[in-house]
Design a protein around this ligand. Structure first.
Ligand code: SF4
Length: 458
């Protein structure tokens, strides 16, 4: 029996897909071993979101080959999609697997073994492999990295057609593909049976969920694009398919909490927020990627909203939810970002008062329009802007968590005495431990440190 060691880099979608690849190997009769052990086959699930991610992907591939020079080293995922298979095949890499081929990985590796006559002892059962025959239909989820069985990430959609000018993902992940509601709900039911309570609904561009099933009227087979969808959606002519999915998810007994991955601000309308606010299982935590708080930068980024529209969305959420946790991503040092433009972003972040801001220094990606833009900033400039926002973020985060002191909350306990409120504020119970997955009502009584609040059951 050949052994396989897998290593994941990058986002939660990648982590999810790594589970699928692992299952494909298990079903095909391979033995999974930890990555630090010597293996016959090494799989690196690569990431290409930044240049640093590219470098890490290359380093891990090289490390695997150095560890066992006779091993088959497989590069899977975004680095393969963005570079092209021929470029990635090298002295370190024997097999390349694109994002859409991940569920077929055991077949692909099996074929490589056969063609290279590496060993007759490996038995690949085609029948078993078909049990996991596509990413879209795979029914296995990804438990959060900490590994406790309380929260699972469900990928309901792949692909992005937004083409933000800095982003490589549309080239790496391709067109939108959404899973059917039945497929998602049957996965959820099996996860509930496995003991999960909280579910994070994710996708590469989650707000596009289901629009691949909406065709143009004068259809030539193409689905509606996101801009057209938003126009009709805002005019009240069509509903968000994402809401139809969430309605069905919420009906499942044992799904106690539902969170969303990143949402595009334009999907949040008054009626969308009102609909969600009437569903007790929805957690009032919303991640809306801002990227810049300055309209001219947003336009160069090819983001299709203004700061006013974005602000309006945060007001809608605050109208329908009590103290929602609104989090965001911001890129600093986008090409041509002037001091004034950056200052506008700082002011906007203060105005919205996010719970948490994830800060990214702009990273040039070959093949994207932003890579060719003039006035690229230096690393030092990006670094100093990042520090300004990091400082603001830690103040905002602490003040949001402090605003819960004295408030009654509901906590899902995950690690004995620690757990999360519905707003994703992390708390510790000082007087008592709870079983994994227990939901307890109580009060936040104080702060322990920057990341942890004190909780007392009522
Ligand atoms: S929405 Fe923009 S940033 Fe997000 S994956 Fe699509 S292209 Fe990239």
């Amino acid at each position: 029996m050949k052994s396989v060691a897998l290593h994941n880099l990058g986002c939660k979608v990648n982590a999810y897909e790594m589970d699928i690849m692992q299952d494909a190997f298990v079903n095909a009769g391979y033995k999974i071993v930890p990555f630090d052990q010597t293996a016959d086959i090494y799989v690196i699930n690569t990431c290409s979101v930044t240049n640093i991610a590219d470098r890490k992907s290359r380093q891990m591939l090289h490390k695997a080959k150095t560890k066992n020079p006779s091993a088959i080293v497989v590069a899977a995922g975004c680095y393969v999609n963005t570079r092209g298979k021929d470029e990635v095949l090298s002295d370190d890499v024997d097999v390349v697997v694109s994002n859409t081929e991940k569920s077929e990985i055991a077949n692909i590796v099996g074929k490589y073994i056969e063609e290279h006559d590496i060993s007759a002892e490996t038995v690949i059962s085609e029948a078993d492999v078909t049990a996991v025959n596509s990413i879209e239909n795979a029914v296995k989820s990804h438990a959060e990295i900490e590994g406790n069985h309380t929260r699972a990430f469900i990928k309901v959609q792949d692909g992005c057609e937004m083409y933000c000018s800095y982003c490589i993902i549309p080239y790496a992940r391709g067109q939108i593909r959404s899973r059917s509601i039945d497929d998602v709900t049957s996965e959820l039911k099996s996860l509930v049976a496995d003991g999960y309570h909280e579910f994070v609904i994710t996708g590469i561009h989650l707000s596009s969920y289901g629009i691949d099933k909406i065709k143009f009227d004068d259809t030539n087979g193409d689905h509606i694009n996101f801009a057209e969808f938003i126009k009709k959606y805002h005019a009240g002519e069509i509903d968000a398919p994402l809401l139809d999915l969430i309605d069905e998810v919420a009906k499942i007994d044992g799904v106690d909490r539902i969170r969303f991955g990143s949402l595009e601000p334009r999907i949040i309308t008054d009626s969308f927020a009102e609909h969600l606010a009437a569903m007790p299982k929805i957690c009032p935590q919303f991640h809306l990627s801002l990227q810049s708080g300055c309209d001219s930068v947003l336009s160069r980024m090819n983001r299709h909203y203004s700061t006013d529209e974005f602000y309006n969305v945060t007001e809608i959420l605050r109208k329908h939810f009590d103290s929602p946790a609104i989090t965001t991503d911001v890129i600093v040092g986008f090409p041509g970002e002037t001091d004034n433009e950056f200052a506008e972003t700082v002011e906007f972040l203060k105005k919205v008062n996010f719970y948490e801001t994830h800060i990214f220094k702009y990273s040039r990606r070959k093949g994207t329009p932003a890579d060719k833009m003039p006035d690229q900033l230096t690393d030092a400039e990006k670094h100093s802007r990042s520090n300004v926002l990091l400082d603001l973020n830690s103040k905002n985060k602490a003040s949001y968590a402090d605003s819960f002191i004295g408030k009654d909350v509901e906590v899902l306990f995950e690690e004995g005495s620690t757990g999360y409120t519905k707003e994703y504020v992390r708390v510790k119970s000082l007087d008592k431990s709870y079983e994994n997955g227990t939901i307890v009502k109580g009060r936040i009584t104080g702060r322990i440190d920057n990341e942890l609040m004190e909780f007392s059951a009522l």
